[in-house]
Design a protein around this ligand. Structure first.
Ligand code: FAD
Length: 626
């Protein structure tokens, strides 16, 4: 839907809104309480809340204060190390995985947090916040780039400890006994992160669940964003796998949401945005049979001139269209200003030989022009048993075979492989090395740069599959080339569903995510950031000027892409904090329906997040009703 059509569509809804008997539009000027207000809850009131939640109310520390006070102390140095570990950050209610964004936000702790152990704890916290006019924040995995799980002067509902997991052979959503067939599924506590889910479902259970790529992202945050994983080109949107959620709404009720019970709320939870409709306490997701293999293809090609790079992009785009535009292939290609094309793709259901066969024509083409193209390092095209994909133990033992494959059974390579498998290190995953940490706490090396980072700019845009038609490919190539002159462009093929099987498309259609995703072959992402940084920390100050310049370059790069995809829309979880027309960009024609559901379940706007449904009625800090 283009912007004009969108405004027309919501225009008619907007005209109706003031006449509706809803409280969301009333009470203009209503202000939530802060600790400095005389009406802030008394110590006795907080004690009553603590008693009601079984002693799980905690005063929230801000670990970064120690870095500000004494940056050279041993404990500060240890903290800097810990801030490279997403599990450490996730275990701190006062921290978030992204520490901030230049000119947008910097993480700040809540005053108190309820470390919820069950839905009743959540309901107590919701009632307390509503009755005392408090700003409420909800945090799961803490991975929001937009800072939507932190708010200063707030009460936090922290779901970290809700991580029970149950597998089902034949799950039927409550109330759907007559209409829905039993299916295999998994129920996850809302504080689970994706590695918990993959560990239970794939490593231990031999099944597959569609979640996110990053192992430490929270399941509830990702599902409510829409959510993509490496293999979404086959299994579809993660949100489309949601069969049922238990959710505490603003009135403190613990509700079930599924296709038969509260179906409107259920639909809104499938991509309508986290922290908006209530607090999810657990969710049940469809599971699938596991394919035999997952794999990857990593190739880095450098062109010797701009002209050669254009030819390389032309070749890659047509090769993608012909050989990779299907549900076997996902993840990314990067296009940068140094005329490097970096392919970091993943495969599903292909063994190593089959994958190599797919790539051979492209590698041959590159190899035929050694003066124009050089392959940096060795192309690595490998497959592994799918069950090993998220198994830390498997990676510890088998990584040498992937890095130094030995198809001819060379004895020396065999011995080297075996010796290396005893080395307490592996190249794919980083491990949580804190004393007492479980051995299966790990994150991909490719995600390590985002732990504790401070964003300079981040934008995304869905790219329609029509750009892959032969008469449109040149426009796409031009946009990629010209855009990459300003800032590196990433195409995430698994985040556009064109090329996915019909059932995955149909299920995604029944979610709140912008319908642009259905006809997009990829999501383009252009982003830049710096490593560990936070205002006021000596040696780790955000580089504001550099960040602003980077944001301008990102904008210029995106202008080139928007010229060929003017109505693409953006993926809400991976988008610009300053997104223009965010309602249209994130949800397209689904926004009016989402706004109606918001009014029904949260008429007073207890749940507010930056650029969330209904947030346009609140000040930027979520304290004042406009
Ligand atoms: C390193 C990294 C990699 C990523 N990779 C991917 C990827 O591969 N695919 C993808 O689709 N996205 C990806 N994302 C984006 C990610 O999916 C979203 O940011 C997601 O919302 C994070 O969820 P969370 O629970 O970890 O974060 P949080 O910051 O805790 O939560 C995100 C939002 O959801 C709300 N929320 C959290 N829990 C609940 C709950 N129980 N009930 C109601 N609201 C809740 C919060 O209030 C907040 O508004 C990535 C992000 C990062 C930082």
């Amino acid at each position: 839907m283009n912007r004009r059509a969108f405004l027309k569509a919501i225009g008619s809804a907007a005209l109706l809104l003031p006449r509706l008997p809803s409280r969301i539009w009333a009470n203009t000027g209503f202000i939530r309480r802060r600790p400095s207000d005389a009406t802030w809850p008394s110590d006795a009131a907080w004690k009553r809340l603590n008693d009601a939640v079984g002693g799980n109310l905690i005063r929230v520390d801000f670990p970064l204060t120690a870095l500000k006070m004494d940056p050279n102390s041993d404990s500060a140095r240890q903290l800097v190390e810990n801030l490279k570990n997403p599990y450490f950050i996730g275990d701190e209610p006062g921290l978030t995985q992204t520490l901030g964004w230049v000119d947008a936000w910097a993480t700040q702790p809540s005053i108190y947090a309820v470390a919820a152990r069950n839905a009743n704890d959540i309901a107590e916290a919701v009632n307390f916040a509503r009755e005392n006019n408090l700003r409420l924040a909800v945090k799961g995995g803490g991975h929001s780039y937009q800072g939507t799980s932190n708010a200063p002067d707030s009460l936090l509902i922290w779901t970290r400890h809700l991580h029970d997991i149950t597998m089902h052979d034949a799950f039927i959503p409550q109330g759907c006994e007559r209409t829905v067939k039993p299916q295999s599924a998994v129920t996850l506590g809302a504080g689970s992160i994706w590695l918990d889910a993959y560990d239970a479902v794939t490593t231990k259970g031999g099944k597959y669940v569609q979640g996110g790529g990053c192992t430490t992202v929270g399941v509830a945050g990702l599902i409510q964003s829409g959510g993509f994983g490496s293999f979404s080109k086959h299994y579809g949107l993660a949100a489309a796998s949601l069969l049922e959620a238990e959710v505490v709404t603003a009135d403190g009720q613990i509700r079930i949401a599924n296709a038969c019970t509260n179906p409107d709320l259920y639909w809104a939870l499938k991509g309508g945005g986290g922290g908006t409709y209530g607090v999810v306490s657990k969710l049940t997701l469809r599971t699938h049979d596991l394919p035999e293999f997952f794999g990857s293809a990593n190739v880095k090609v450098k062109a010797s001139s701009d002209d050669a790079y254009r030819r390389l992009l032309r070749k890659f785009v047509s090769f993608y269209r012909e050989h990779l535009f299907n549900d076997h292939w996902g993840e990314q290609a990067h296009f940068d200003a140094d005329n490097v094309l970096e392919i970091r793709m993943v495969s599903r259901g292909l063994d190593t030989e089959q994958s190599k066969k797919v790539w051979q024509p492209f590698l041959d083409w590159v190899g035929r022009s050694p003066g124009e193209y050089s392959i940096e390092g060795q192309p690595r095209i490998v497959s592994l048993p799918a069950r090993g994909k998220w198994d830390v133990k498997w990676w510890n033992e088998h990584w040498p075979e992937l890095l130094f494959p030995n198809p001819n059974g060379n004895r020396l390579i065999g011995i080297l492989d075996r010796l290396l498998s005893y080395v307490p290190w592996q190249p794919a995953m980083r491990l949580d090395k804190r004393p007492g940490a479980p051995p299966n706490e790990a994150w991909w090396v490719g995600d390590a740069g985002q732990v504790g980072w401070f964003i300079w700019g981040f934008e995304s845009l869905w790219m329609p599959a029509s750009l892959l038609e032969s008469d449109a490919q040149e426009r796409l190539v031009n946009a990629l080339f010209e855009g990459s002159r300003h800032s590196e462009i990433e195409l995430h093929f698994n985040k556009g569903l064109a090329g996915a099987p019909p059932d995955a498309i149909a299920a995604a259609k029944d979610t709140a995510t912008n319908p642009s995703v259905l006809s997009a072959f990829a999501l383009a992402i252009v982003a830049n950031a710096q490593g560990l940084a936070y205002p006021g920390i000596p040696g780790h100050e955000p580089s504001v000027e550099e960040g602003r310049k980077a944001a301008q370059r990102i904008e210029k790069s995106m202008e080139q892409l928007r010229a060929v995809s003017p109505d693409g829309g953006a993926y809400l979880s991976e988008s610009n904090y300053f997104e223009k027309d965010w309602q249209c960009a994130y949800w397209g024609s689904n926004y009016p329906r989402l706004a109606e559901i918001k009014k029904k379940y949260d008429p007073d706007g207890l749940f507010v997040v930056h650029n969330g449904v209904g947030s346009d009625r609140w000040s930027a800090d979520g304290f004042t009703k406009l």
